[in-house]
Design a protein around this ligand. Sequence first.
Ligand code: FAQ
Length: 331
Amino acid sequence: MYSQGLIGANTQAEETQEFLDAFQARIDAEEKIEPNDPMPEAYRRTLVRMISQHAHSEIVGMLPEGNWITRAPSLRRKVALLAKVQDEGGHGLYLYSAAETLGVSREQLTEDLLSGKAKYSSIFNYPTPTWADIGAIGWLVDGAAIMNQVPLCRCSYGPYARAMVRVCKEESFHQRQGYELMKSLTEGTPEQKDLAQDALNRWWWPSIMMFGPSDTDSLHSDQSMAWKIKRFSNDELRQSFIDATVPQAELIGLTLPDPDLKWNPDKNKGKGGYDFGPIDWDEFWRVVKGHGMMNKDRLAARKKAWDDGAWVREAAVAHAKKHANEAAEAA
Ligand code: FAQ
């Protein structure tokens, strides 16, 4: 815990217009906001929500791929997958630490996840029935994560922005290993190519949904962009992801499961971009509200890990207390 209790909104009793204007002026000047700086309570709450949701996503996101570690088809694949899943665990830890700088405890954040109060990304509520799913997750899910997270390296809140630099470097390696895995499958037997196509068919639309609701339905985007927490809207990032990914699919001979996908030279202010078919927002909200295929299993796995780890947390606290007492006696 870095600075729990030091911040609150700020030390002022009231957020006057003068205070809010001065804060916005710092944001507009591209100054980084640091943990002990005065900040509007709504800015702090937005960051706790977003960073904790991101941290939970990284940790829950270890589960679908972790499912395949014991069954990876070669030593090389197993080493890469183990490293990737460990990286996601590390990302979760940096992000919980970044959230803690805003005055919330990791225990509280975890309890909010387990009680259903805090969200995690919709994407991790889909199952991984075949080995090709590991390729699809690396290629598409990490690809989408990079698209969303590179701009977060310029987020106005210093600890989140700095955590994102390393996270993005690692996500980039994850994306490449996933794409390379898919490429290998497409170069294999017809059955292997079918596995790759089937995984793409199942992961494409959920990956597109990861970017969140369309701009017209996004609750937080306008304010988060004004505060320079987000730099691009959900739809802008979604479009960039589609434009980057379509040629990658073509290169390895896979077909995206969208009959409406078509290059439109007039899109993106004349730079061109792909038109795409309608997104099933009912499915998105069903999954976000806890009714996806794997929601119950994912939360049950997190609850079990939290309960099983209780003795470790208790032992760590007892150990820290013992050393604090010894240090106090020696002083
Ligand atoms: N899933 O107003 P907006 C990864 C919620 S990490 C569930 O547009 P905002 C690495 C949203 O919370 C993936 N809920 O919200 C990896 C809000 O509800 P609330 C996670 C979603 O915050 C790879 C409501 O809908 N990445 O993949 C989703 O401005 C492979 C209205 O939405 C991050 O967390 C969703 N997809 O924009 C690990 C990045 N989308 O909170 C393992 C940081 C929206 O009011 C393997 N986060 N909602 O109850 C962000 O960039 C943003 O928070 C967005 C949402 C873009 C996710």
